[in-house]
Ligand binder design. Structure first.
Ligand code: ATP
Ligand code: MG
Length: 449
């Protein structure tokens, strides 16, 4: 290798457009989000399910519906070059979860509450809050019929916003009825839109006879008057759909969950019926929906399963992380409790032994290691210790080796009163544990779970 001539300039390979890296500086926010969401889902009895990122293309085509943004133009689909299978990187989580529920007969013994998280892929124009790889946290409740489970799903979202300290997220609610109710509405909606056909934009014209309901959630300002005056699906609901909708609204009212009914809320995916909802914020510009969900009773049957009602939601994690950032405290936590500084071969061995013992006691330790610049002076190592956010530096040099001790320096006290103690080697772990658990004043921001 060393004989080979290096090329003049090596071209750097960057990440795929719209598929951003999540760097260590943000990792703690992701962990806070995921840990909080997981523990809330668990507190409502939801179980985790992990399905593959790749599924057969026809699964999504069938689930999501052919006349949707996702299936029309956003899916990463490819042919498996080994066997010609037509596959797709999942654009959303529900289809895979429902496939797995049916394939493994998960509702055989009764209804199931499930949650998932992970990457989703959609070929969209990348912009703030909209990526080609993004992450969703979602829940699906399969086998429950009533408005109670719809309300539960909505309420656990609110609990999550509360626990994360996110204040400006509001709930929009609607019912889109069942297929027969939508069919009656559709006739009147098409007739109404045809009267205004010359004012519609190209996309609305294209959708007029395929998916006219979607025209109602257009963001084109020029169409707002037309869609605001269009026939409202809510006026077409029959007795059962209305009773279900009123049941959801009543439970939310009784639990002090505020919402507005938005008759134009129809959701982008075909399989929904009855309850649909979105949690929306004004703090993220155009991409303000942080969570979207609803009932999708027909889907299990569409997949060849026994008729089984279902309801769920999906949150866009990137958008929620951005809200967490704007809500305040983004200071990175300390990387460790203890930073181990050493000089000399024997001292390094002692530092290794001590590091393992301190970790055995449940504390986080960074052991100073060599770089191309060597191990560095005590002074430069102490700078690293400070920068790590550790509460203590442990210093082992010639004196400490000779006396079988270690020096322990408190790093987080007021300037001038930072204590340094020489502790017998065998007592260092006890000393640290005592200092860290008994000193309630010192700034110990690193949390152990
Ligand atoms: P939009 O109308 O913004 O395209 P959607 O109806 O396509 O949204 P869903 O399929 O309901 O969105 O996905 C649920 C949530 O996932 C969204 O509310 C959003 O928070 C998030 N999400 C969807 N697409 C993206 C994306 N490309 N990048 C980041 N987050 C996304
Ligand atoms: Mg979309």
């Amino acid at each position: 290798m060393s004989e080979q001539k290096k090329p003049e300039k090596v071209e750097k390979i960057t990440a795929v457009k719209g598929m951003p890296d999540i760097l260590p500086a943000d990792a703690h926010l992701w962990e806070i989000f995921e840990n909080t969401a997981q523990s809330i889902l668990q507190s409502y009895g939801y179980q985790n399910i992990r399905t593959p990122i790749v599924e057969e293309t026809r699964l999504f085509a069938r689930a999501i519906g052919a006349v949707t943004d996702i299936v029309e133009k956003e899916m990463y689909s490819f042919e498996d070059s080994m066997n010609g299978d037509l596959l797709t990187l999942r654009p959303e989580g529900t289809a895979g979860v429902v496939r797995a529920v049916i394939e493994h007969n998960l509702v055989y013994e009764g209804p199931k509450r499930l949650w998932y998280k992970g990457q989703m892929f959609r070929h969209e124009r990348p912009q703030r809050g909209r990526y080609r790889q993004f992450h969703q946290f979602g829940a699906e409740a399969v086998g429950f019929t009533g408005p109670d489970i719809d309300a539960e799903l909505i309420m656990l979202c609110r609990r999550l916003w509360d626990d994360l300290g996110l204040e400006n997220i509001r709930l929009e609610l609607n019912s889109i009825g069942d297929a027969a109710e939508r069919a009656r509405h559709r006739v009147d909606l098409i007739a109404y839109l045809e009267k205004h056909e010359e004012s519609l934009d190209a996309e609305a014209k294209r959708r007029l006879h395929t998916n006219p309901l979607r025209i109602l959630d257009t963001k084109n300002p020029a169409l707002q008057d037309i869609v605001n005056n269009a026939p409202k699906l809510l006026d077409y609901l029959g007795e059962e759909s209305l009773a279900h909708f009123n049941g959801v609204k009543n439970l939310l009212d009784r639990n002090a969950v505020q919402f507005t009914v938005n008759p134009r809320l129809v959701r982008g995916i075909d399989y929904y019926n009855r309850t649909v909802f979105e949690w929306v914020t004004d703090e993220l510009g155009a991409q303000g929906t942080v969570c979207a969900g609803g009932r999708y009773d027909p889907l299990v049957e569409t997949f060849g399963g026994k008729p089984t009602p279902a309801v769920g939601f999906a949150m866009g994690i990137e958008r929620l992380i951005e809200l967490m950032k704007s809500a305040g405290d983004t200071a990175a936590p300390a990387q460790c409790d203890v930073y181990l500084v050493h000089q000399g071969e024997e001292a390094q061995l002692q530092a290794f032994i001590l590091g393992e013992r301190i970790r055995d006691a449940g504390l986080d330790v960074i052991l100073h290691c060599a770089t191309s610049a060597g191990t560095g002076s005590f002074k430069s190592q102490m700078k690293k210790a400070d920068g790590s956010g550790a509460s203590f530096a442990i210093i082992i040099g010639d004196d400490e080796v000779a006396n079988n001790t270690a020096s322990v320096k408190a790093l987080r006290g007021e300037e001038g009163e930072q204590q340094q103690a020489v502790v017998p080697f065998e007592e260092v772990v006890d000393y640290l544990v005592h200092e860290i658990t008994c000193d309630h004043d010192h700034d110990h921001t690193h949390h152990h779970h």
